[in-house]
Design a protein around this ligand. Structure first.
Ligand SMILES: C[S@@+](CC[C@H](N)C(=O)[O-])C[C@H]1O[C@@H](n2cnc3c(N)ncnc32)[C@H](O)[C@@H]1O
Length: 257
């Protein structure tokens, strides 16, 4: 009887494991299908260089990335942000599950040394490490579990070299009434909860425009506070940005988690 019970227990564990994998694969296939369809439209998100170029320059300066720093843009889509980093002398690479997005990125990026590849960041072998891993509005974070599920961030951090930096960037609106079909507007409190276990995390909110005037000072508590109030009051959209600097100790602790 004991043996039968034990066998049954093992069978249930294996069944659950396989079902989770099947569900993950189905979700990923849907993501690929949806983004492949979207990325047939050039510049699907209508991203504007005049707005984001100063913002990316400010990110580079705040993260202290020197010329030639190696950066991986996770969930790069059509490569808009990867290209902006490359323009600033960063050795940028983009990865995305959408092959249509990656083709668009390859043909639109003017810096020939920029590399793009099709791939699922959750299945990438942890061999390569970068000075910076950047992720902007990756759909892996567009989930209700976001405040407490840190599995994606843990995975991204494994690709950051000791002393390097993770830049998490997520488009959102902080007004309580803001809603968008298919996109969750995470709040600053939710981002805070998500990054609570990463000891070096610095969290800011930026309306992007201030980066033209203030550069890296747009990522300071006071500017972030003002941007926060404006977004809450007038519903303006902006970016929740988190810098996680891995010093050797933090890196060791994080990798143990
Ligand atoms: C909202 S788009 C953002 C694209 C781009 N970062 C931007 O800000 O314009 C989300 C992107 O995440 C990508 N993505 C989702 N899951 C992924 C995964 N597991 N590995 C790599 N990319 C992924 C999607 O294919 C999609 O291109």
């Amino acid at each position: 009887m004991v043996i039968v019970k034990r066998l049954l227990k093992y069978y249930l564990v294996i069944l659950t494991f396989h079902n989770n994998n099947i569900v993950d694969t189905l979700i990923m296939n849907e993501t690929v299908k949806a983004y492949d369809a979207k990325y047939k439209t050039p510049n699907f998100f209508s991203d504007r260089s005049w707005l984001y170029r100063p913002f990316v320059k400010a990110l580079i300066s705040k993260a202290e990335l020197g010329s030639g720093a190696r950066l991986l843009d996770v969930g790069c889509g059509q490569g808009f942000f990867t290209a902006l980093f490359a323009e600033q002398g960063i050795d940028a690479q983009g990865i995305d599950v959408s092959s249509v997005g990656i083709e668009a990125a390859k043909s639109s990026c003017k810096i020939s040394s920029t590399r793009f590849k099709v791939g699922n960041i959750l299945q990438l072998p942890i061999e390569e490490q970068f000075d910076c891993v950047f992720t902007r509005s990756c759909s892996l974070y567009n989930t209700t579990d976001f405040p407490y599920d840190t599995s994606v961030t843990d995975q991204l951090i494994r690709h950051v070299r000791p002393g390097g930096v993770l830049i998490f960037d997520y488009y959102t609106r902080l007004s309580e009434n803001a809603k968008s079909e298919g996109w969750l507007y995470h709040s600053k409190a939710q981002v805070k909860e998500h990054f609570a276990k990463y000891s070096n995390a610095e969290i800011y909110f930026s309306l992007r425009l201030e980066a033209r005037l203030l550069g890296s000072f747009s990522f300071s508590p006071i500017t972030s506070f003002i941007a926060n109030v404006l977004s809450r009051t007038f519903g303006m959209g902006g970016e929740l940005v988190v810098f996680v600097r891995l010093d050797h100790r933090a890196c060791h602790e994080t990798r143990l988690l």
